[in-house]
Design a protein around this ligand. Sequence first.
Ligand code: MG
Length: 206
Amino acid sequence: PATVPPPSDAVVLFDGADLSGWRSARDGRPAAWKVEGGAMVVESRTGDIVSAESFGDVQLHIEWATPAAVSGDGQGRGNSGVFLMERYEIQVLDSFQNPTYPDGQAAAIYGQTPPLVNASRRPGDWQAFDIVFIAPRFAQGVVISPARVTVHHNGVLVQHDVALMGATAHRVVGVYEPHPPAAPLKLQDHGNPVRFRNIWVRRLGG
Ligand code: MG
C-alpha cells in the first residue's frame, strides 16, 4: 500500500480531519478545498493552497488520487501539482494510459525533467510521492547551489538527485529568483477534483 504513517519527527500537514494547516495562496484566507472521506479535494476555481508553515530542505510524503471517472485528456486529466517552496512543481496527473508531453507527465519536474519511468496507478487509485528536496542556496542575489530533488512514485525511484534549472513553468526555461530559505508547500488547483491525504514533512536541517 502507498500509505506510510508519519514518523515521530514529522510535521503532519494533513491528517484527514481538516484544513487548519492550509491557506488560500491567493489571499491567505482559510483554504476553500473540501474535506471528505479523510481526503482533501481540490475545489475547482478556489485556487492553489499553501501550508501555513514554511520549509527548506525536506522529506515530503504525500498521497494523491486522480478522479476514478476519467474525463479530459493530456494535461486536462487529473492535473494538480506539488510545489516545493511554492515554486518547484512535481507534477500530479492521471498518467495512466494518458499520453502527454514527457516533462508534463506525473512525477515530472514540470517542464524540465520527465520521470525515469511511468509508475502510475489506475485512475482513482491512491498513489504516493516520497520526495527529498534540497532547497537552492543564494548569495548576493544569485543562485550558488541549485535545488535538487529525488522522487519515489509509488515506491519507484523516478527522479534521482536531479538539479532544477529554476522555478518550474509552462514552455519556458525557469530561472532562479532569490527567495527566503524557507517557504510554504503549495498544492495546485488546475480545475480537476484531485484528492490528497496523509501529508507529512520532515525538516532535514541545512
Ligand atoms: Mg500541475
